[in-house]
Design a protein around this ligand. Structure first.
Ligand code: DGJ
Length: 680
């Protein structure tokens, strides 16, 4: 990335992307960067700076919109103040007339290829903030479209492709949480880029309170990308505002290059692991088995069976506190329900521990039901108007209030301190009544305080599934509940797209009930188990429903996962360019490239009758590899031919695997081929 400035004016990114040769003359780049002027234009083109200024006649969206405390709009115009250019880069600019200081920070990570940047505004007297953009960068001209993300409950990480055209692609998330609908990511592929080849630029805004993204093509053809908190979510005038970190990367290895940068950065830089050497334990979560109907003997029986299947952590979901018999009541009454647990949680925890599993527990700390003791005692603790619309019969609790945070902290820490608990599933099941940055900061503070007090407790970020997944929450948590959908087919798609940002180690995936509770569909246990084995594996069905065949398959796949997790947890997830749209495939491979596993999910019946070869990626073309079907025995009776892979392992070159591809046996829809490879 090359950042240059003309005189005192705010600097601009004049180049970013492929590494330039060391001898490149940056002054020449600065001069060569300026675009020409013709009729109908200003005499000089306003800079597309790190914070474009309306006061300099910038023809697009400005980077900062601010008003004085009395509401008068300010028109910022910044001049150079200082620069610190060590390992990190900090650039400071000052608007003396308006008493504003703008600071841009850049931190580059040479290993993960991520640039982390943010903008901070300091002011001499309090101001009202409308919009503050993280450092603004240009988007490539050699790109026809952009990819951003939408979704819904049980359908997270859907991609939108939008063609570039003059004007704005504007995403604003005003829900007050990251949301299923607005994952804060953007990929700009250069023309012709696919998963495995071509150039791409990508962004992620690490904030859980809702963001704004602006991708704008100016009348002169230049393109700018802006990210920040959703506008007007700072309700109070203040003298300091900051954006969240903006994470940016570039790849000349297709979308996978960007995906690998994000995956590694999340796993190795953002998430802090209480016990980094401990393999990710196989989870059992009881939600879809019992819902609110907690009975000690049933839960103990379920725990016995889950442990036999291979579970290593038992997570007690919603329903253990207050009088929580359904989702209409008791949120915020964080005390064990004596009707369901007359001797407290200890008997259940002791039983779980005796089976060799650790114990996790569900909370939804930022929420309150009007029908709860705490709401009756402190109705003023709820966030938003009294007559607001409820969501799942609940309100958010005002996390900006220190007394509220203290109360929740006391209740949660009492549970954690008095029990042997190493895991919290932290839920957030409704949007806020209005966007509010103070609420998000309050949530962060509560989590940080609990983590300081209980450093060995891991946290899973859940919000009706994947409603709060972003690098801000991942600084404080170790797992995301990607979706409430345990439907293996839906999951296959969601996991595939989420891998553009998220590594295996933090992405929870469970084997659900035989008939999926959120789609009504039924899939064979083999498909359900392998889809869960693509990520951090767990179970969520009632194990009492499993027949002998299902028990055998699930035990086998779980044991396969345990044998492989050590290397898979550190592997990159590479999305494959399948020539058959019915096949959704990925290759997981560690950095040394010595081995890999390919998961090829058959998401539909194919248009053509026979499978097309599936090309692999990232291999050494000159090396020989042995590839083998891990689940050969599941071939259907309608696969009647004898492709070599069906009979046993084959030895072929990396060149063959990447340029021709493997020819898999014919398969039914809703099945998965698992192909293991090792370099010879
Ligand atoms: C929503 C979550 O996504 C579910 O997994 C479960 O924890 C429920 N909340 C509990 O109320």
């Amino acid at each position: 990335m090359v950042i240059t400035a003309t005189g005192e004016r705010l600097p601009q990114v004049v180049y970013w992307g492929e590494r330039l040769p060391l001898g490149e003359d940056l002054v020449t780049l600065h001069n060569a960067h300026a675009i020409d002027v013709t009729g109908g234009m200003l005499d000089e083109n306003p800079d597309l700076s790190l914070s474009p200024e309306a006061s300099r006649t910038f023809p697009g969206q400005p980077g900062l919109i601010v008003r004085s405390e009395d509401g008068t709009p300010l028109l910022p115009k910044f001049c150079f103040e200082s620069v610190e250019n060590g390992k990190d880069l900090t650039i400071r600019y000052r608007d003396e007339g308006n008493g504003l200081t703008l600071t841009f920070e850049f931190i580059t990570d040479a290993e993960t290829h991520i640039i982390r940047s943010k903008t901070v505004l300091n002011t001499d007297s309090p101001v009202h903030l409308h919009w503050l953009a993280a450092p603004v960068v240009p988007a490539p001209q050699a790109s026809d479209e952009m990819i951003d993300f939408t979704g819904r409950w049980c359908g997270e990480f859907q991609t939108n492709r939008t063609a570039w055209s003059p004007g704005i692609r504007y995403r604003e998330n005003r829900t007050g949480r990251t949301g299923h609908e607005h994952f804060p990511g953007l990929i700009i592929p250069c023309s012709g880029a696919t998963n495995t080849q071509g150039e791409a630029y990508a962004f992620h805004y690490g904030w859980s309170g809702g963001h704004r993204m602006v991708a704008e093509e100016l009348p002169d053809g230049r393109r700018q990308i802006q990210w920040g908190h959703a506008a007007r979510m700072e309700h109070e005038a203040s003298t300091e505002f900051s954006t969240a970190p903006l994470y940016m990367t570039y790849s000349n290895e297709g979308l996978n290059g960007c995906a690998v940068s994000f995956q590694r950065h999340v796993r190795d830089r953002i998430v802090t692991w209480p016990k980094p050497d401990r393999p990710r334990p196989v989870h059992y979560n009881c939600w879809e088995a019992v819902y609110f109907d907690h009975k000690l003997d049933v839960l103990c029986d379920i725990a016995d069976r889950a442990a036999k299947l291979g579970a290593e952590r038992f997570v007690l979901d919603d329903g253990w506190f207050g009088n929580r018999d359904d989702d209409t009541r008791a949120l915020s009454d964080w005390e064990v329900d004596p009707r369901k647990y007359p001797d407290g949680l200890t008997p259940l925890i002791d039983h779980v521990k005796s089976l060799g599993m650790s114990f996790g527990i569900w909370f939804e700390p930022e929420m309150i039901n009007p029908d709860s003791n705490i709401h009756r005692a402190h109705p003023d603790w709820a966030l938003g108007a009294e007559d607001q619309l409820l969501g799942r019969q609940q309100k958010a609790i005002n996390m900006a209030l220190p007394e509220v945070r203290d109360f929740i902290y006391d209740r949660m820490s009492a549970i954690l301190a008095n029990h042997d608990i190493d895991y919290i599933k932290w839920d957030h099941n409704r949007v806020l009544p209005m966007p509010d940055a103070a609420q998000t900061r309050g949530s962060y503070r509560l989590i940080d305080r609990l983590r300081e007090q209980f450093p060995n407790v891991e946290i899973e970020s859940c919000a009706s599934g994947g409603g709060r997944i972003d690098f801000g929450i991942l600084q404080r948590t170790q797992r995301v509940w990607l979706s409430d959908s345990n439907d293996a087919l839906e999951r296959l798609n969601i996991q595939h797209n989420a891998a553009l940002f998220l590594p295996l180690s933090i992405t929870g995936s469970h084997v659900g009930p035989r008939r999926c509770h959120t789609s009504g569909r039924m899939f064979d246990i083999s498909f359900r188990a392998w889809v869960a084995a693509q990520r951090h594996m767990g179970f969520e069905m009632d194990p009492r429903e499993l027949d002998d065949y299902e028990t055998r398959v699930l035990t086998e796949v779980t044991s396969w996962w345990k044998h492989n997790r050590d290397w898979m947890e550190d592997a990159d997830i590479l999305r494959l360019d399948s020539q058959d749209p019915a096949v959704i495939a990925e290759q997981q491979m560690p950095r040394d490239g010595e081995r890999f596993v390919v998961f090829a999910g058959k998401a539909a019946t194919s248009a053509q009758i026979a499978p097309r070869p599936l090309r692999l990626t990232g291999l050494n073309p000159h090396s020989m590899y042995e590839v083998n079907l891990a689940n050969r025995l599941t071939a259907s009776h309608l696969s009647r031919g004898m492709p070599a892979l069906k009979e046993g392992p084959i030895q072929v070159s990396g060149a063959y695997l990447m340029h021709h591809g493997v020819t898999l046996p014919w398969s039914f829809p809703d099945t998965m081929w698992v192909l293991e490879g090792k370099r010879l």
